[in-house]
Write a protein that binds this ligand. Structure first.
Ligand code: WT7
Length: 668
């Protein structure tokens, strides 16, 4: 199960406490009120979360004796997490209608900035309800109802959050697939969740490059049909500025233009009241095996949790303009582009483009244009912009910025400092939010102003979260230590199952350490109790904040007819955090060639997506295996990292000679 031991956090000298007292003037919060609230949340989770949940609209209140389920220990029975059981609500109603009813109908809900500077749009909360209702009515008219799956394969157009909300409104289960995934990956997800309908657009531009999304969907639909599932409707948004409808390949009877149908529907649509524990969405993510996992979140707890974490971690105020650079195809876009902010009535910026197009100043241009006050992004973006130099940043005012956020991987202290000093002009606290697709929302994060920050530490747990560090045997370790990060007790935003595979859910997350949710991350705690995430301890690599299973990349590589075997490991990468390093053994007699290297990489692009393309292919006449045939990745990681004097004991290998062969081929 666990393949490596957690790496200790980097240099101690980077762990200096930056005590930015002036945060307190900005955000009016202090560590005492945090401690009080935190303690209460742990002592009385039912009472704590019920009070918060009371602020939302519930058609029917939950059963007070069933606020939350207790058991996380598989030996005591199945793990079935639930929150607010018996309650009936609707997250779309709470995120959109309720803001209108509160008199904020004219407030901007969504700003849209297109790929090209100058392309923009916006929707007020009242306009957003109408758009959502029209689509919801259309979906109902074609037979999509409560519990039905809908796949959304869209870029960051406003239609993406609209589509998510429309599904939620009628109780349909959305599954957004990041529009950078290939046709094969999309097909795999379609076959798994069997959607009534797939929603896409004809094309999009990413930077200077047009991408024909509809072609990818067409290929995916052919592929899923071959695998026994055919999709009845492909609702396609005509993205006119990129591609006209007459240039789009079309399958009559199946394909429908969004603009032809949706706009004809009424702008009012009744809300489907759903049980707190009814599924809200599936989001596929990578694990240790080749098959992506359909992480399932439900309505009530997720709603309460994403809204509350957003409010506290970013110190949200009604005047804020909030921008999260994540795509709605990932969990960050679900919880902190769409649901969390809208549930707070926030003004959210949706950005279609890429942060360095047309140049590395784009983000700060956008910050000034919309007066963004909360800016939430990933360390990989910070590092890449840092390389382009301060000039791109300092030529913009950025004076609207108040709070910065980071997510996706540990932020290295030098990137943290640049983000803090250059981007934030040494005045904005950074919320380094540690969480996962599975957790639904933030699990550990600084609360701006509540306590001193340490660059690179996600600091302390959010309300209701009990992180523990355990050793190999699952014993909790106290004080200054390093080990496996687990969570004791459930929290409202926790995922409830892996779609169609509750066994895998229990086996992956609850069996490794009895009684705990196992995160898959290593973590150390310093003498002041701060937490330092040290990266994944399973076969998952984190490339630019995107989670990729080594097994998925390996299975794509071995599907190449000339590849006999492949082993993939993560290797440190200056910008991406981790890069993908693949050891490839070719079929007997096939010579190494540059052309073959390219076609192996192309295979990964078509099976997973461009973001999973290996950075390095290392030809391997053989792979280091134990006598029982298990690949020793520990050794491969050291070779990839060029730490050849740290290979450790290789005497247990079936053929220790392969190590020398690999080293000899390192520059091929
Ligand atoms: C994995 C989860 C959660 C949204 C984005 C990724 C790593 C995420 C941090 C952080 C250190 C982090 C962990 C985690 N991670 N945020 N602030 N500090 N590590 O979601 O694809 O589910 O990946 O990302 O390793 O397990 P995801």
């Amino acid at each position: 199960m666990i393949k490596t031991s957690p790496v200790l956090a980097k240099s101690q000298s980077d762990r200096d406490i930056a005590d930015f007292m002036f945060y307190r003037q900005i955000v009016h919060r202090d560590s005492n009120s945090y401690k009080e609230m935190y303690e209460r949340s742990i002592k009385d989770p039912a009472g704590f979360w019920s009070e918060i949940a009371d602020a939302f609209y519930w058609k029917e209140k939950w059963n007070p004796s069933e606020v939350c389920s207790e058991n996380l220990d598989v030996s005591k029975g199945p793990v079935h997490i639930s929150w607010f059981k018996g309650g009936k609500t609707n997250i779309c109603y709470n995120a959109v209608d309720r803001n209108v009813e509160a008199g904020n109908g004219d407030k901007i809900a969504l700003y849209w900035e297109g790929n090209e500077p100058g392309q923009d749009g916006k929707l007020t909360y009242s306009e957003l309800v109408e758009k959502v209702c029209q689509l919801a009515n259309y979906l109902k008219s074609v037979g999509v109802g409560k519990g039905d799956a809908v796949i959304i394969y869209l870029p960051m157009l406003l239609e993406l959050p609209i589509a998510m909300l429309a599904c939620a409104r009628i109780g349909a289960v959305h599954s957004v697939v990041f529009a950078g995934f290939s046709a094969d990956s999309l097909a795999q997800r379609i076959v798994d969740c069997k959607p009534k309908l797939v929603l896409t657009c004809n094309a999009v531009k990413r930077g200077p490059k047009p991408i024909l999304l509809k072609d990818i969907v067409d290929a995916a639909l052919v592929e899923s049909e071959k695998n026994g599932f055919s999709v009845g409707i492909c609702l396609t948004y005509e993205n006119q500025s990129v591609m006209k409808r007459q240039d789009t390949k079309w399958q009559a009877g199946r394909d429908v233009w969004w603009q032809d149908v949706v706009t004809n529907f009424p702008t009012k649509c009744d809300v489907e009241w759903v049980d707190a524990e009814d599924p809200l969405f599936l989001l596929y993510t990578s694990g240790s095996t080749g098959k992506p996992k359909g992480v399932m979140h439900t309505s009530g707890g997720y709603m309460v949790y994403t809204a509350t974490t957003f409010k506290y971690a970013f110190d949200y105020k009604p005047t804020d303009i909030y921008w999260c650079t994540a795509d709605c195809g990932w969990i960050t876009g679900h919880s902190y582009v769409t649901y969390g902010p809208l549930l707070n009535g926030a003004a959210v910026l949706v950005f279609e483009g890429t942060p360095n197009y047309p140049n590395a100043g784009r983000c700060w241009d956008i910050v000034d244009k919309y007066k963004v006050s909360i800016f939430y992004t990933a360390p990989t973006l910070v590092r890449s912009l840092m390389r382009d130099g301060d000039e791109y940043v300092t030529r913009y005012s950025r004076k609207s910025l108040r709070v910065l956020g980071s997510v996706g991987e540990p932020i290295n202290p030098s990137a943290w400092r640049w983000f803090y000093n250059v981007v934030g002009d040494s005045k904005c606290p950074i919320s380094d939010t540690w969480w996962q697709t599975e957790t639904g929302g933030f699990m550990m994060t600084p609360l701006p102003g509540a306590w001193p920050q340490k660059p690179g530490s996600a600091t302390f747990p959010f309300f209701g979260v009990q992180p523990v560090i355990v050793d190999e045997k699952g014993q909790e370790i106290e004080g200054e230590c390093s080990g496996y990060l687990c969570i004791k007790k459930s929290w409202p935003g926790a995922f409830r199952t892996l779609y169609g595979d509750h066994d895998r859910y229990e086996t992956t997350y609850f069996k490794p350490f009895a009684g705990y949710y196992f995160t898959g991350d290593g973590c150390s705690r310093d003498k002041d109790g701060y937490h330092w995430l040290t990266g994944r301890v399973d076969d998952v690599i984190n490339v630019s904040g995107h989670r990729i299973g080594t097994a998925e990349v390996e299975s794509a590589l071995v599907s190449h007819p000339q590849c006999a075997e492949a082993a993939v490991v993560g290797v440190e990468h200056e910008v991406k955090g981790q890069g993908i390093y693949a050891f490839v053994t070719l079929v007997d007699g096939v010579p190494y060639s540059e052309e073959l290297r390219k076609s192996l990489i192309a295979k990964v692009r078509t099976q997973i997506g461009a973001f999973a393309a290996p950075d390095r292919i290392h030809w391997a006449p053989g792979l280091p295996k134990t006598r029982s045939g298990k690949i020793m990745r520990r050794i491969l990681r050291k070779i990839a990292a060029k730490q050849l004097d740290e290979l450790g004991d290789i005497s247990t290998l079936a053929d220790p000679g392969v190590v020398d062969q690999l080293i000899a081929l390192k520059d091929c």
